[in-house]
Design a protein around this ligand. Structure first.
Ligand code: MBD
Ligand code: FE
Length: 254
């Protein structure tokens, strides 16, 4: 018997029962719901469906309990095995997206540099897909691991991501549509920052003034994540510093 599972699952069951009761859901609708979930799972979109509605909730909890920089959703397209890169993400074929530099500094709770932190960076292709997830673009494109230097700094060149429409031919898009919601996310860059002794930080950068920054279908945009449009010698730069909370604080709220 696992008490944590009992507590959380019992509470989820209660929440679902309340929703069914409140809306006088019919047996027919109940069966339709089951059919929908089975079809969604069969299509391989279950992680997407769950992330769209619930990943931000988990981030809000982390932001309340862990400290460090603001975390936001990982989404379903993180791949653990992205290659280490040196200064440049691999682009796909005739990429004529706008050049973009990502850089910044990783620090600890005392503003000291975190040296040797590993930062996974991943983002959409200039035509709105993810390497290794959609179409023909290989998994090592638009993804890579960076390591912070002796000053805690990182930098990498890539091309500007674009607003991202979550797969809308599938059951997740269909559900959003029948709810009268759109299926777009603002253009974003994902980051996952890790170093032994610290709580991992998963977050994203959004581009100030960009489409859907105010109406992300995943509700994952927090003010701290919105970065101004900065150019250096004509090239777009996103400067993003990350502050890591100690790993021990994971246990604080047990
Ligand atoms: C994404 O690219 C994403 O970042 C999230 C959170 C959900 C779906 C697709
Ligand atoms: Fe994404």
């Amino acid at each position: 018997m696992n008490n944590r599972i009992e507590t959380v699952v019992a509470s989820i069951i209660e929440g679902v029962r309340n929703a069914l009761t409140k809306n006088d859901v019919t047996f027919d609708e109940y069966r339709q719901g089951i059919k929908y979930l089975l079809a969604n799972a069969a299509s391989g979109e279950l992680a997407l469906l769950i992330d769209v509605f619930f990943n931000t909730t988990i981030c809000n909890i982390e932001n309340r309990t862990i400290g460090g920089s603001t975390s936001t959703l990982e989404g379903p397209y993180y791949l653990e095995d992205a290659p280490f890169v040196d200064g440049q993400l691999k682009l796909y074929q005739h990429d004529n997206g706008e050049p973009l530099i990502l850089r910044g500094r990783v620090t600890d709770g005392d503003s000291r540099p975190v040296v040797g932190a590993v930062i996974d960076v991943w983002h959409s292709t200039p035509d709105g897909f993810y390497g290794g997830i959609h179409k023909d673009i290989p998994a090592d494109c638009y993804r890579g691991k960076l390591t912070t230097n002796t000053d805690g700094r990182y930098h990498v060149r890539t091309t500007l991501p674009v607003p991202y429409q979550i797969p809308h031919e599938g059951p997740t898009g269909a559900l959003l549509e029948s709810m009268g919601r759109h299926s777009w996310r603002p253009a974003h860059v994902h980051y996952k920052v890790r170093k032994d002794g610290f709580h991992p930080l998963t977050t994203q950068a959004y581009f100030e003034g960009g489409a859907y920054v105010d109406s992300d279908c995943c509700e994952g945009v927090f003010t701290d994540n919105i970065k101004p449009e900065v150019r250096e010698n004509g090239i777009r730069v996103v400067e993003y510093d990350f502050n890591l909370a100690p790993a021990a604080s994971q246990a604080v709220k047990a």
